[in-house]
Ligand binder design. Structure first.
Ligand SMILES: [Zn+2]
Length: 153
């Protein structure tokens, strides 16, 4: 499925920080913290979302969002740094799940859309995964009616 999203990312600052990754549970003494400037475009040209997060990337692929800028994280030990870090939900995933509130009513498309959203959200804990699952189950109803509804009569 192709929605025509495009994200531009510019790195404005970076430094090194110690983390205890909540996703893989490992300790990394020199993870890379990056100040970013990001813009999300719909259909490649319409800007729909702007943010300037500071992210710390774990080698396992997890992205942690920081309340502090990279410069202020620099040199913190993992214990202190983890007070300012939490697992980040990508804005495209957020858009997929929130868009799914409407799209779940559309037979077949809703199920595929939310299947993708739920499959992606399994990596994340909390409400985003729960909401994606509930919407996915809801989306099975209109899809089921289309496939099986006519067959009974
Ligand atoms: Zn990790």
């Amino acid at each position: 499925m192709h929605l025509g999203f495009r994200m531009t990312t510019k790195e404005t600052d970076a430094s090194s920080v110690g983390i205890d990754c909540p996703q893989c549970g490992k300790h990394f003494p020199d993870a890379r913290a990056r100040d970013l400037r990001q813009m999300l475009f719909l259909f490649y040209v319409v800007p729909v979302f702007y943010q300037a997060p500071t992210l710390v990337e774990c080698p396992c692929g997890a992205s942690l969002v920081s309340q502090l800028r990279a410069r202020d994280l620099a040199g913190l030990d993992a214990n202190s740094a983890m007070r300012y870090l939490s697992v980040r939900i990508p804005p495209v995933l957020m858009t997929l799940v929130l868009g799914g509130i409407v799209v779940c009513l559309v037979p077949v498309i809703g199920t595929v859309w939310l299947g993708v959203a739920y499959w992606w959200s399994r990596r994340y804990s909390g409400w985003i995964r729960g909401l994606a699952l509930v919407l996915f189950i809801l989306s099975l109803l209109p899809t089921g009616i289309v496939f099986f509804g006519g067959a009974k009569f």
